[in-house]
Design a protein around this ligand. Structure first.
Ligand SMILES: NC(=O)c1ccc[n+]([C@@H]2O[C@H](COP(=O)([O-])OP(=O)(O)OC[C@H]3O[C@@H](n4cnc5c(N)ncnc54)[C@H](O)[C@@H]3O)[C@@H](O)[C@H]2O)c1
Ligand SMILES: N[C@@H](CCC=O)C(=O)O
Length: 526
Protein backbone atom coordinates (compact mmCIF):
# COMPACT_ATOMS: atom_id res chain seq x y z
CA UNK A 1 0.00 0.00 0.00
CA UNK A 2 1.26 3.50 -0.79
CA UNK A 3 2.39 5.47 2.23
CA UNK A 4 -0.04 8.28 1.44
CA UNK A 5 -2.93 5.80 1.54
CA UNK A 6 -2.06 4.39 4.92
CA UNK A 7 -4.26 6.87 6.75
CA UNK A 8 -7.41 5.82 4.90
CA UNK A 9 -9.93 3.31 6.21
CA UNK A 10 -10.16 0.04 4.22
CA UNK A 11 -12.28 0.37 1.10
CA UNK A 12 -15.79 -1.10 1.15
CA UNK A 13 -18.42 -1.00 -1.61
CA UNK A 14 -21.47 1.08 -0.74
CA UNK A 15 -24.30 -1.30 0.23
CA UNK A 16 -27.58 -1.12 -1.68
CA UNK A 17 -30.86 -0.08 -0.08
CA UNK A 18 -33.29 -2.85 0.81
CA UNK A 19 -36.48 -1.66 -0.86
CA UNK A 20 -38.37 -4.72 0.42
CA UNK A 21 -38.35 -2.96 3.78
CA UNK A 22 -41.57 -0.88 3.70
CA UNK A 23 -39.89 1.95 5.61
CA UNK A 24 -37.10 2.24 3.02
CA UNK A 25 -39.61 1.95 0.17
CA UNK A 26 -41.61 4.75 1.78
CA UNK A 27 -38.51 6.95 1.94
CA UNK A 28 -37.72 6.29 -1.71
CA UNK A 29 -41.30 7.22 -2.71
CA UNK A 30 -41.06 10.39 -0.66
CA UNK A 31 -37.77 11.24 -2.38
CA UNK A 32 -39.62 11.59 -5.71
CA UNK A 33 -41.79 14.23 -4.10
CA UNK A 34 -38.71 15.98 -2.67
CA UNK A 35 -37.05 15.90 -6.09
CA UNK A 36 -40.12 17.36 -7.79
CA UNK A 37 -40.56 20.00 -5.09
CA UNK A 38 -36.90 21.06 -5.37
CA UNK A 39 -36.32 20.92 -9.10
CA UNK A 40 -39.50 20.65 -11.21
CA UNK A 41 -40.03 23.66 -13.43
CA UNK A 42 -36.60 25.12 -12.65
CA UNK A 43 -34.09 26.28 -15.25
CA UNK A 44 -30.45 25.37 -14.64
CA UNK A 45 -27.42 27.30 -15.90
CA UNK A 46 -24.17 26.50 -17.66
CA UNK A 47 -21.03 26.70 -15.58
CA UNK A 48 -18.02 28.43 -17.15
CA UNK A 49 -14.97 29.57 -15.20
CA UNK A 50 -16.93 29.32 -11.96
CA UNK A 51 -19.77 31.54 -13.25
CA UNK A 52 -23.34 30.34 -13.68
CA UNK A 53 -24.48 31.68 -17.03
CA UNK A 54 -27.42 31.45 -19.44
CA UNK A 55 -26.99 30.04 -22.94
CA UNK A 56 -28.54 31.07 -26.23
CA UNK A 57 -31.83 29.32 -25.38
CA UNK A 58 -33.13 26.50 -23.24
CA UNK A 59 -34.54 23.01 -23.68
CA UNK A 60 -36.91 20.92 -21.58
CA UNK A 61 -36.04 17.57 -20.05
CA UNK A 62 -38.97 15.14 -20.02
CA UNK A 63 -39.74 11.98 -18.09
CA UNK A 64 -39.55 9.02 -20.50
CA UNK A 65 -42.04 7.14 -18.33
CA UNK A 66 -44.87 9.67 -18.59
CA UNK A 67 -43.92 12.52 -20.90
CA UNK A 68 -44.06 14.91 -17.91
CA UNK A 69 -42.01 18.08 -18.44
CA UNK A 70 -39.41 18.11 -15.65
CA UNK A 71 -36.88 20.96 -15.82
CA UNK A 72 -34.98 23.10 -18.28
CA UNK A 73 -31.32 23.41 -19.24
CA UNK A 74 -29.32 25.82 -21.38
CA UNK A 75 -28.24 25.57 -24.96
CA UNK A 76 -24.62 26.67 -25.01
CA UNK A 77 -23.54 28.84 -27.94
CA UNK A 78 -20.39 28.29 -30.03
CA UNK A 79 -18.82 31.30 -28.27
CA UNK A 80 -19.54 29.72 -24.88
CA UNK A 81 -17.87 26.51 -25.96
CA UNK A 82 -14.72 28.55 -26.68
CA UNK A 83 -15.00 30.34 -23.33
CA UNK A 84 -15.38 27.02 -21.51
CA UNK A 85 -12.26 25.57 -23.13
CA UNK A 86 -10.30 28.72 -22.27
CA UNK A 87 -11.58 28.62 -18.68
CA UNK A 88 -10.65 24.95 -18.32
CA UNK A 89 -7.13 25.64 -19.54
CA UNK A 90 -6.84 28.64 -17.20
CA UNK A 91 -7.92 26.58 -14.18
CA UNK A 92 -5.52 23.84 -15.23
CA UNK A 93 -2.55 26.11 -14.49
CA UNK A 94 -3.48 25.98 -10.80
CA UNK A 95 -5.17 22.58 -10.42
CA UNK A 96 -2.32 20.73 -12.10
CA UNK A 97 -0.11 21.63 -9.11
CA UNK A 98 -2.75 20.91 -6.45
CA UNK A 99 -1.76 18.60 -3.62
CA UNK A 100 -2.94 15.03 -4.28
CA UNK A 101 -4.02 14.87 -0.64
CA UNK A 102 -6.29 17.86 -1.29
CA UNK A 103 -7.83 16.11 -4.31
CA UNK A 104 -8.33 12.89 -2.38
CA UNK A 105 -9.91 14.73 0.56
CA UNK A 106 -12.37 16.47 -1.76
CA UNK A 107 -13.47 13.13 -3.23
CA UNK A 108 -13.84 11.53 0.20
CA UNK A 109 -15.90 14.48 1.42
CA UNK A 110 -18.07 14.25 -1.72
CA UNK A 111 -18.68 10.56 -0.97
CA UNK A 112 -19.89 11.53 2.48
CA UNK A 113 -22.20 14.23 1.11
CA UNK A 114 -23.62 11.86 -1.49
CA UNK A 115 -24.33 9.11 1.07
CA UNK A 116 -26.72 11.54 2.75
CA UNK A 117 -28.61 12.27 -0.49
CA UNK A 118 -28.69 8.93 -2.27
CA UNK A 119 -32.47 8.51 -2.37
CA UNK A 120 -32.93 11.99 -3.78
CA UNK A 121 -30.39 11.37 -6.54
CA UNK A 122 -32.00 7.99 -7.26
CA UNK A 123 -35.31 9.77 -7.77
CA UNK A 124 -33.84 12.45 -10.05
CA UNK A 125 -32.19 9.81 -12.24
CA UNK A 126 -35.34 7.72 -12.34
CA UNK A 127 -37.34 10.75 -13.45
CA UNK A 128 -34.81 11.63 -16.14
CA UNK A 129 -34.08 8.23 -17.65
CA UNK A 130 -36.71 5.78 -16.39
CA UNK A 131 -34.62 3.56 -14.12
CA UNK A 132 -36.50 1.75 -11.38
CA UNK A 133 -35.39 2.08 -7.76
CA UNK A 134 -32.89 -0.75 -7.72
CA UNK A 135 -31.27 0.25 -11.01
CA UNK A 136 -30.98 3.90 -9.95
CA UNK A 137 -29.70 2.85 -6.53
CA UNK A 138 -27.05 0.59 -8.07
CA UNK A 139 -25.78 3.52 -10.08
CA UNK A 140 -25.74 6.05 -7.26
CA UNK A 141 -24.01 3.50 -5.02
CA UNK A 142 -21.43 3.21 -7.81
CA UNK A 143 -20.92 6.98 -7.61
CA UNK A 144 -20.14 6.69 -3.89
CA UNK A 145 -17.68 3.92 -4.74
CA UNK A 146 -16.14 6.04 -7.50
CA UNK A 147 -15.45 8.88 -5.04
CA UNK A 148 -13.81 6.47 -2.62
CA UNK A 149 -11.85 4.60 -5.29
CA UNK A 150 -10.59 7.72 -7.07
CA UNK A 151 -9.46 9.22 -3.75
CA UNK A 152 -7.22 6.19 -3.30
CA UNK A 153 -6.10 6.13 -6.94
CA UNK A 154 -5.08 9.81 -6.69
CA UNK A 155 -2.72 9.00 -3.87
CA UNK A 156 -1.42 5.84 -5.50
CA UNK A 157 -0.41 7.53 -8.75
CA UNK A 158 1.01 10.58 -6.97
CA UNK A 159 3.85 8.37 -5.70
CA UNK A 160 5.32 7.73 -9.14
CA UNK A 161 6.99 4.41 -9.86
CA UNK A 162 10.35 2.91 -9.05
CA UNK A 163 12.89 2.41 -11.84
CA UNK A 164 16.00 0.22 -12.10
CA UNK A 165 18.74 2.29 -10.41
CA UNK A 166 21.92 3.82 -11.86
CA UNK A 167 25.03 4.15 -9.70
CA UNK A 168 25.65 7.83 -10.46
CA UNK A 169 22.23 9.29 -11.29
CA UNK A 170 19.10 9.98 -9.34
CA UNK A 171 16.22 8.95 -11.61
CA UNK A 172 12.50 9.38 -10.98
CA UNK A 173 9.42 8.49 -12.98
CA UNK A 174 6.48 10.72 -12.17
CA UNK A 175 3.06 11.21 -13.70
CA UNK A 176 1.77 14.60 -14.77
CA UNK A 177 -1.65 15.71 -16.00
CA UNK A 178 -2.49 16.54 -19.61
CA UNK A 179 -4.75 19.61 -19.64
CA UNK A 180 -8.41 20.25 -20.44
CA UNK A 181 -10.44 17.06 -20.80
CA UNK A 182 -13.81 16.95 -22.59
CA UNK A 183 -16.07 14.45 -20.80
CA UNK A 184 -18.91 13.33 -23.07
CA UNK A 185 -21.43 10.85 -21.70
CA UNK A 186 -24.60 8.86 -22.51
CA UNK A 187 -28.05 9.01 -20.89
CA UNK A 188 -28.21 5.41 -19.70
CA UNK A 189 -25.70 5.89 -16.84
CA UNK A 190 -26.03 9.65 -16.41
CA UNK A 191 -24.34 9.81 -13.01
CA UNK A 192 -21.73 7.08 -12.68
CA UNK A 193 -20.37 7.28 -16.22
CA UNK A 194 -19.63 11.02 -16.47
CA UNK A 195 -18.50 11.00 -12.85
CA UNK A 196 -16.04 8.17 -13.48
CA UNK A 197 -14.53 9.97 -16.46
CA UNK A 198 -14.48 13.36 -14.71
CA UNK A 199 -12.88 11.93 -11.56
CA UNK A 200 -10.27 10.21 -13.71
CA UNK A 201 -9.43 13.62 -15.15
CA UNK A 202 -9.55 15.58 -11.89
CA UNK A 203 -7.70 12.95 -9.84
CA UNK A 204 -4.84 13.18 -12.29
CA UNK A 205 -4.78 17.00 -12.06
CA UNK A 206 -6.63 17.82 -15.27
CA UNK A 207 -9.62 20.11 -15.64
CA UNK A 208 -12.94 19.19 -17.20
CA UNK A 209 -15.49 20.31 -19.74
CA UNK A 210 -18.46 18.15 -18.70
CA UNK A 211 -21.00 17.58 -21.49
CA UNK A 212 -23.88 15.37 -20.31
CA UNK A 213 -26.46 13.72 -22.55
CA UNK A 214 -29.36 16.12 -23.13
CA UNK A 215 -31.87 13.58 -21.77
CA UNK A 216 -30.26 13.51 -18.31
CA UNK A 217 -28.43 16.72 -17.33
CA UNK A 218 -29.70 17.13 -13.76
CA UNK A 219 -28.13 13.81 -12.75
CA UNK A 220 -24.80 15.41 -13.67
CA UNK A 221 -25.48 18.87 -12.31
CA UNK A 222 -26.20 17.57 -8.80
CA UNK A 223 -22.91 15.65 -8.67
CA UNK A 224 -20.98 18.73 -9.76
CA UNK A 225 -22.73 20.62 -6.94
CA UNK A 226 -21.56 17.98 -4.46
CA UNK A 227 -17.98 18.25 -5.69
CA UNK A 228 -18.03 22.02 -5.19
CA UNK A 229 -19.63 21.64 -1.77
CA UNK A 230 -16.82 19.22 -0.96
CA UNK A 231 -14.22 21.87 -1.79
CA UNK A 232 -13.41 21.48 -5.49
CA UNK A 233 -12.15 24.91 -6.61
CA UNK A 234 -14.44 26.75 -9.01
CA UNK A 235 -13.25 26.57 -12.59
CA UNK A 236 -12.01 22.98 -12.48
CA UNK A 237 -15.28 21.81 -14.06
CA UNK A 238 -17.11 23.63 -16.85
CA UNK A 239 -20.64 22.33 -17.39
CA UNK A 240 -22.03 22.68 -20.91
CA UNK A 241 -25.43 21.51 -22.09
CA UNK A 242 -26.92 21.93 -25.53
CA UNK A 243 -27.07 20.55 -29.02
CA UNK A 244 -24.64 18.19 -30.72
CA UNK A 245 -23.99 20.60 -33.59
CA UNK A 246 -22.42 23.02 -31.07
CA UNK A 247 -21.03 20.60 -28.46
CA UNK A 248 -20.25 17.55 -30.60
CA UNK A 249 -17.70 17.92 -33.41
CA UNK A 250 -16.67 21.47 -32.40
CA UNK A 251 -15.77 20.33 -28.87
CA UNK A 252 -13.82 17.32 -30.11
CA UNK A 253 -12.07 19.38 -32.81
CA UNK A 254 -11.16 22.27 -30.53
CA UNK A 255 -7.43 23.00 -30.70
CA UNK A 256 -7.09 23.44 -26.94
CA UNK A 257 -8.93 20.31 -25.82
CA UNK A 258 -6.12 17.99 -24.77
CA UNK A 259 -8.16 14.83 -24.30
CA UNK A 260 -11.65 13.49 -25.02
CA UNK A 261 -13.13 10.97 -22.59
CA UNK A 262 -16.22 9.59 -24.28
CA UNK A 263 -18.74 6.87 -23.45
CA UNK A 264 -21.60 6.19 -25.83
CA UNK A 265 -22.45 4.60 -29.16
CA UNK A 266 -20.03 2.95 -31.54
CA UNK A 267 -21.02 5.39 -34.27
CA UNK A 268 -20.11 8.49 -32.27
CA UNK A 269 -17.13 6.87 -30.57
CA UNK A 270 -15.56 6.02 -33.93
CA UNK A 271 -16.31 9.49 -35.21
CA UNK A 272 -14.57 11.07 -32.22
CA UNK A 273 -11.58 8.73 -32.50
CA UNK A 274 -11.10 9.73 -36.11
CA UNK A 275 -11.68 13.47 -35.71
CA UNK A 276 -9.47 13.79 -32.64
CA UNK A 277 -6.57 12.32 -34.62
CA UNK A 278 -6.45 15.43 -36.82
CA UNK A 279 -3.94 17.99 -35.57
CA UNK A 280 -5.55 21.44 -35.75
CA UNK A 281 -3.55 24.53 -36.78
CA UNK A 282 -1.53 25.64 -33.77
CA UNK A 283 -2.20 22.45 -31.80
CA UNK A 284 0.93 21.36 -29.95
CA UNK A 285 0.01 17.83 -28.87
CA UNK A 286 -1.62 14.66 -30.08
CA UNK A 287 -5.05 14.34 -28.48
CA UNK A 288 -5.66 11.47 -26.13
CA UNK A 289 -8.99 9.67 -26.62
CA UNK A 290 -10.94 7.26 -24.48
CA UNK A 291 -13.93 5.89 -26.40
CA UNK A 292 -16.00 3.29 -24.55
CA UNK A 293 -18.77 2.05 -26.81
CA UNK A 294 -21.50 -0.56 -27.28
CA UNK A 295 -21.85 -4.28 -26.75
CA UNK A 296 -23.63 -7.40 -27.99
CA UNK A 297 -23.03 -9.38 -24.86
CA UNK A 298 -23.43 -13.18 -24.83
CA UNK A 299 -24.29 -15.63 -22.09
CA UNK A 300 -22.94 -19.11 -22.77
CA UNK A 301 -24.70 -21.98 -21.00
CA UNK A 302 -23.00 -25.38 -20.96
CA UNK A 303 -24.91 -28.64 -20.61
CA UNK A 304 -23.57 -29.17 -17.08
CA UNK A 305 -24.57 -25.70 -15.82
CA UNK A 306 -27.00 -24.84 -13.04
CA UNK A 307 -29.90 -23.89 -15.32
CA UNK A 308 -31.91 -22.07 -12.67
CA UNK A 309 -28.96 -19.83 -11.82
CA UNK A 310 -28.29 -19.26 -15.50
CA UNK A 311 -31.93 -18.42 -16.26
CA UNK A 312 -32.11 -15.95 -13.36
CA UNK A 313 -28.84 -14.31 -14.45
CA UNK A 314 -29.99 -14.09 -18.06
CA UNK A 315 -33.33 -12.48 -17.24
CA UNK A 316 -31.81 -9.96 -14.82
CA UNK A 317 -29.03 -8.95 -17.22
CA UNK A 318 -31.24 -8.88 -20.34
CA UNK A 319 -34.29 -7.03 -19.09
CA UNK A 320 -32.89 -4.92 -16.23
CA UNK A 321 -33.37 -1.27 -17.25
CA UNK A 322 -35.20 -2.55 -20.34
CA UNK A 323 -31.97 -3.87 -21.83
CA UNK A 324 -30.50 -0.37 -22.11
CA UNK A 325 -27.05 -1.23 -20.76
CA UNK A 326 -23.92 -1.67 -22.79
CA UNK A 327 -23.33 -4.71 -20.57
CA UNK A 328 -26.83 -6.20 -21.09
CA UNK A 329 -27.06 -9.83 -22.15
CA UNK A 330 -28.58 -9.82 -25.63
CA UNK A 331 -27.52 -13.27 -26.86
CA UNK A 332 -27.85 -16.64 -25.13
CA UNK A 333 -25.83 -19.44 -26.62
CA UNK A 334 -26.79 -22.77 -25.11
CA UNK A 335 -25.58 -26.28 -25.75
CA UNK A 336 -28.06 -28.43 -27.64
CA UNK A 337 -28.73 -30.75 -24.68
CA UNK A 338 -30.08 -27.98 -22.40
CA UNK A 339 -31.29 -25.47 -24.97
CA UNK A 340 -35.02 -26.21 -24.73
CA UNK A 341 -35.07 -26.58 -20.95
CA UNK A 342 -33.16 -23.31 -20.50
CA UNK A 343 -35.38 -21.49 -22.97
CA UNK A 344 -38.49 -22.64 -21.03
CA UNK A 345 -37.05 -21.36 -17.75
CA UNK A 346 -36.02 -18.01 -19.23
CA UNK A 347 -39.43 -17.64 -20.89
CA UNK A 348 -41.29 -18.38 -17.64
CA UNK A 349 -39.25 -15.80 -15.69
CA UNK A 350 -39.63 -13.24 -18.46
CA UNK A 351 -43.38 -13.62 -18.58
CA UNK A 352 -43.45 -12.92 -14.85
CA UNK A 353 -41.84 -9.49 -15.26
CA UNK A 354 -44.07 -6.50 -14.62
CA UNK A 355 -43.82 -3.73 -17.21
CA UNK A 356 -44.78 -0.44 -15.62
CA UNK A 357 -43.78 2.91 -14.20
CA UNK A 358 -40.24 3.13 -12.78
CA UNK A 359 -41.57 5.42 -10.08
CA UNK A 360 -43.70 2.47 -8.91
CA UNK A 361 -40.57 0.32 -9.09
CA UNK A 362 -41.84 -1.93 -11.91
CA UNK A 363 -39.40 -4.59 -13.13
CA UNK A 364 -39.25 -3.19 -16.66
CA UNK A 365 -39.82 0.48 -17.46
CA UNK A 366 -39.86 2.53 -20.64
CA UNK A 367 -37.06 2.92 -23.15
CA UNK A 368 -35.55 6.36 -23.40
CA UNK A 369 -37.74 7.85 -26.13
CA UNK A 370 -40.10 7.14 -29.00
CA UNK A 371 -37.28 7.07 -31.57
CA UNK A 372 -35.54 4.33 -29.63
CA UNK A 373 -38.82 2.40 -29.16
CA UNK A 374 -39.46 2.60 -32.91
CA UNK A 375 -36.00 1.28 -33.72
CA UNK A 376 -36.41 -1.62 -31.27
CA UNK A 377 -39.86 -2.49 -32.70
CA UNK A 378 -38.32 -2.60 -36.16
CA UNK A 379 -35.82 -5.24 -34.97
CA UNK A 380 -38.71 -7.19 -33.43
CA UNK A 381 -40.82 -7.05 -36.60
CA UNK A 382 -37.87 -8.11 -38.78
CA UNK A 383 -37.00 -10.85 -36.28
CA UNK A 384 -40.46 -12.37 -36.73
CA UNK A 385 -39.39 -13.17 -40.29
CA UNK A 386 -35.97 -14.64 -39.50
CA UNK A 387 -36.30 -16.38 -36.12
CA UNK A 388 -38.90 -18.02 -33.82
CA UNK A 389 -40.75 -15.60 -31.53
CA UNK A 390 -40.98 -17.21 -28.09
CA UNK A 391 -42.53 -14.45 -26.01
CA UNK A 392 -43.31 -10.75 -26.15
CA UNK A 393 -43.18 -9.00 -29.48
CA UNK A 394 -46.58 -7.37 -29.01
CA UNK A 395 -47.95 -4.17 -27.53
CA UNK A 396 -48.05 -3.40 -23.84
CA UNK A 397 -50.25 -0.86 -22.03
CA UNK A 398 -48.99 0.89 -18.94
CA UNK A 399 -51.45 2.86 -16.82
CA UNK A 400 -50.23 6.37 -16.13
CA UNK A 401 -47.77 6.42 -19.02
CA UNK A 402 -49.65 9.27 -20.71
CA UNK A 403 -47.89 10.73 -23.73
CA UNK A 404 -45.01 8.30 -23.24
CA UNK A 405 -47.15 5.15 -23.74
CA UNK A 406 -45.25 4.35 -26.91
CA UNK A 407 -41.97 4.09 -24.95
CA UNK A 408 -42.88 0.76 -23.34
CA UNK A 409 -41.64 -2.30 -25.22
CA UNK A 410 -42.63 -5.83 -24.19
CA UNK A 411 -39.73 -8.05 -23.09
CA UNK A 412 -39.17 -10.18 -26.16
CA UNK A 413 -37.33 -13.45 -26.82
CA UNK A 414 -36.45 -14.98 -30.16
CA UNK A 415 -35.18 -18.56 -30.46
CA UNK A 416 -33.17 -20.37 -33.14
CA UNK A 417 -31.44 -17.17 -34.19
CA UNK A 418 -28.72 -17.61 -36.79
CA UNK A 419 -25.30 -16.06 -36.25
CA UNK A 420 -25.63 -13.79 -39.28
CA UNK A 421 -29.01 -12.40 -38.15
CA UNK A 422 -29.00 -8.73 -37.07
CA UNK A 423 -30.69 -9.97 -33.87
CA UNK A 424 -27.43 -11.79 -33.15
CA UNK A 425 -24.96 -9.17 -34.40
CA UNK A 426 -26.35 -5.67 -33.82
CA UNK A 427 -26.73 -3.76 -30.57
CA UNK A 428 -30.49 -3.27 -30.19
CA UNK A 429 -30.31 -1.53 -26.80
CA UNK A 430 -33.76 -2.66 -25.73
CA UNK A 431 -35.53 -5.62 -24.09
CA UNK A 432 -34.88 -8.12 -26.86
CA UNK A 433 -33.04 -11.44 -26.42
CA UNK A 434 -31.74 -13.83 -29.09
CA UNK A 435 -31.30 -17.55 -28.29
CA UNK A 436 -28.89 -19.57 -30.45
CA UNK A 437 -28.14 -23.30 -30.41
CA UNK A 438 -24.59 -24.62 -30.10
CA UNK A 439 -23.46 -28.15 -31.01
CA UNK A 440 -21.18 -28.23 -27.97
CA UNK A 441 -19.55 -25.83 -25.54
CA UNK A 442 -16.57 -25.08 -27.81
CA UNK A 443 -18.96 -24.20 -30.61
CA UNK A 444 -20.78 -22.00 -28.07
CA UNK A 445 -17.55 -20.09 -27.36
CA UNK A 446 -16.96 -19.64 -31.09
CA UNK A 447 -20.47 -18.27 -31.52
CA UNK A 448 -20.02 -15.96 -28.54
CA UNK A 449 -16.82 -14.59 -30.09
CA UNK A 450 -18.48 -14.11 -33.47
CA UNK A 451 -19.09 -10.41 -32.90
CA UNK A 452 -17.55 -7.04 -33.69
CA UNK A 453 -18.02 -6.20 -30.04
CA UNK A 454 -16.32 -7.63 -26.95
CA UNK A 455 -17.62 -5.89 -23.86
CA UNK A 456 -19.09 -8.35 -21.31
CA UNK A 457 -19.99 -12.04 -21.32
CA UNK A 458 -21.31 -14.61 -18.87
CA UNK A 459 -20.34 -18.28 -18.96
CA UNK A 460 -22.17 -20.95 -16.94
CA UNK A 461 -20.65 -24.36 -16.23
CA UNK A 462 -19.75 -26.50 -13.23
CA UNK A 463 -16.70 -27.97 -15.00
CA UNK A 464 -13.38 -26.38 -13.94
CA UNK A 465 -11.78 -27.26 -17.29
CA UNK A 466 -14.50 -25.51 -19.30
CA UNK A 467 -14.31 -22.50 -16.99
CA UNK A 468 -10.55 -22.34 -17.52
CA UNK A 469 -11.01 -22.57 -21.29
CA UNK A 470 -13.59 -19.81 -21.16
CA UNK A 471 -11.11 -17.60 -19.28
CA UNK A 472 -8.56 -18.23 -22.00
CA UNK A 473 -10.75 -17.98 -25.09
CA UNK A 474 -13.62 -15.57 -24.53
CA UNK A 475 -12.83 -12.32 -26.35
CA UNK A 476 -14.29 -9.74 -23.95
CA UNK A 477 -13.08 -7.13 -21.48
CA UNK A 478 -15.39 -8.30 -18.68
CA UNK A 479 -15.97 -12.03 -18.35
CA UNK A 480 -18.25 -13.32 -15.60
CA UNK A 481 -18.23 -17.03 -14.71
CA UNK A 482 -21.43 -18.44 -13.18
CA UNK A 483 -22.95 -14.99 -12.67
CA UNK A 484 -24.73 -12.37 -14.74
CA UNK A 485 -22.84 -10.08 -17.09
CA UNK A 486 -24.10 -6.75 -15.68
CA UNK A 487 -23.27 -4.93 -12.46
CA UNK A 488 -19.53 -4.16 -12.46
CA UNK A 489 -18.40 -2.64 -9.18
CA UNK A 490 -15.98 0.29 -9.14
CA UNK A 491 -12.57 -0.62 -7.81
CA UNK A 492 -13.18 -4.35 -8.34
CA UNK A 493 -14.54 -5.07 -11.82
CA UNK A 494 -12.53 -2.64 -13.96
CA UNK A 495 -14.94 -1.96 -16.82
CA UNK A 496 -14.27 -1.73 -20.56
CA UNK A 497 -14.37 -3.90 -23.64
CA UNK A 498 -12.40 -5.42 -26.50
CA UNK A 499 -12.87 -4.98 -30.23
CA UNK A 500 -15.44 -2.39 -31.29
CA UNK A 501 -16.57 -2.00 -27.69
CA UNK A 502 -13.84 0.58 -27.36
CA UNK A 503 -10.44 1.59 -26.13
CA UNK A 504 -10.55 -0.73 -23.08
CA UNK A 505 -9.75 2.12 -20.69
CA UNK A 506 -11.18 0.13 -17.75
CA UNK A 507 -12.89 2.68 -15.55
CA UNK A 508 -12.71 1.83 -11.87
CA UNK A 509 -9.58 -0.24 -12.45
CA UNK A 510 -6.00 0.03 -11.23
CA UNK A 511 -4.67 1.51 -14.51
CA UNK A 512 -7.47 3.92 -15.38
CA UNK A 513 -5.66 7.04 -14.21
CA UNK A 514 -2.78 6.31 -16.55
CA UNK A 515 -5.06 7.32 -19.43
CA UNK A 516 -5.28 10.84 -17.99
CA UNK A 517 -1.55 11.24 -17.32
CA UNK A 518 1.75 11.65 -19.11
CA UNK A 519 4.99 10.24 -17.77
CA UNK A 520 8.04 12.33 -16.96
CA UNK A 521 11.45 10.82 -16.40
CA UNK A 522 13.93 13.04 -14.58
CA UNK A 523 17.56 11.96 -14.39
CA UNK A 524 19.91 14.00 -12.21
CA UNK A 525 23.65 13.52 -12.19
CA UNK A 526 25.06 13.41 -8.67
N1 LIG B 1 -18.86 0.84 -22.96
C1 LIG B 1 -19.46 1.50 -22.01
O1 LIG B 1 -18.93 1.65 -20.91
C2 LIG B 1 -20.82 2.09 -22.24
C3 LIG B 1 -21.56 2.53 -21.15
C4 LIG B 1 -22.82 3.09 -21.35
C5 LIG B 1 -23.32 3.20 -22.63
N2 LIG B 1 -22.60 2.76 -23.68
C6 LIG B 1 -23.15 2.83 -25.02
O2 LIG B 1 -23.77 4.10 -25.24
C7 LIG B 1 -24.80 3.98 -26.20
C8 LIG B 1 -26.07 4.65 -25.70
O3 LIG B 1 -25.83 5.98 -25.37
P1 LIG B 1 -26.23 7.22 -26.28
O4 LIG B 1 -27.41 6.90 -27.11
O5 LIG B 1 -26.31 8.42 -25.37
O6 LIG B 1 -24.93 7.36 -27.18
P2 LIG B 1 -24.53 8.50 -28.23
O7 LIG B 1 -23.24 8.11 -28.82
O8 LIG B 1 -25.64 8.82 -29.15
O9 LIG B 1 -24.32 9.81 -27.33
C9 LIG B 1 -23.33 9.87 -26.32
C10 LIG B 1 -22.91 11.31 -26.11
O10 LIG B 1 -22.25 11.78 -27.28
C11 LIG B 1 -22.74 13.06 -27.62
N3 LIG B 1 -22.53 13.29 -29.06
C12 LIG B 1 -23.39 13.16 -30.09
N4 LIG B 1 -22.79 13.46 -31.26
C13 LIG B 1 -21.51 13.77 -30.97
C14 LIG B 1 -20.38 14.16 -31.75
N5 LIG B 1 -20.44 14.27 -33.08
N6 LIG B 1 -19.22 14.41 -31.12
C15 LIG B 1 -19.13 14.29 -29.77
N7 LIG B 1 -20.16 13.93 -28.98
C16 LIG B 1 -21.33 13.68 -29.57
C17 LIG B 1 -24.19 12.98 -27.19
O11 LIG B 1 -24.75 14.27 -27.06
C18 LIG B 1 -24.05 12.26 -25.85
O12 LIG B 1 -23.69 13.15 -24.83
C19 LIG B 1 -24.97 2.48 -26.42
O13 LIG B 1 -24.33 2.12 -27.60
C20 LIG B 1 -24.27 1.87 -25.21
O14 LIG B 1 -23.81 0.56 -25.42
C21 LIG B 1 -21.36 2.22 -23.52
N1 LIG C 1 -21.09 -0.69 -15.80
C1 LIG C 1 -22.40 -1.20 -16.06
C2 LIG C 1 -22.84 -0.98 -17.47
C3 LIG C 1 -22.72 0.40 -18.01
C4 LIG C 1 -23.23 0.44 -19.42
O1 LIG C 1 -24.27 0.77 -19.81
C5 LIG C 1 -22.46 -2.69 -15.76
O2 LIG C 1 -21.45 -3.28 -15.42
O3 LIG C 1 -23.54 -3.28 -15.87
Amino acid sequence: MSTLMQGLPPFEHAPYFNFRDPAVAGEQKAAYETARARYAGQTFPLLIGGEKVAGGGTFTVTNPATGEALWRFQQATPAQLGEAVTAANRAFETWRFSDPLQRASIFLRAAELLRARRLELNAVMSLENGKNWAEADGEIAECVDHFEVFARETLKWAEGKAVYPMPDEHVTTVYEPLGAVAVISPWNYPSAIPLGMALGALAAGNTVIWKPASETPLSSWLLIGLLHQAGLPEGCIQFLTGTDDVLGDPLVDHRDVRMVAFTGSREIGCRIYERAAKVQPGQRFLKRVIAEMGGKDPTVVCADADLDAAAAGIVASTFGYSGQKCSACSRVIAEEGVYDALLEKVKALTEGLVVGLPEHNADVGPVIHAGSAGRIREYIENGKGTARLVCGGGEVRVDGSGEAAVNYVQPTIFADVEAKDPLFQEEIFGPVLAFARARDWRHAIDLANDSDYGLTAAFYSRDPFKLAEARRLMHVGNLYLNRKCTGALSGTHAFGGYGMSGTNAKVGGPDYLFWFLQTKTVAQKY
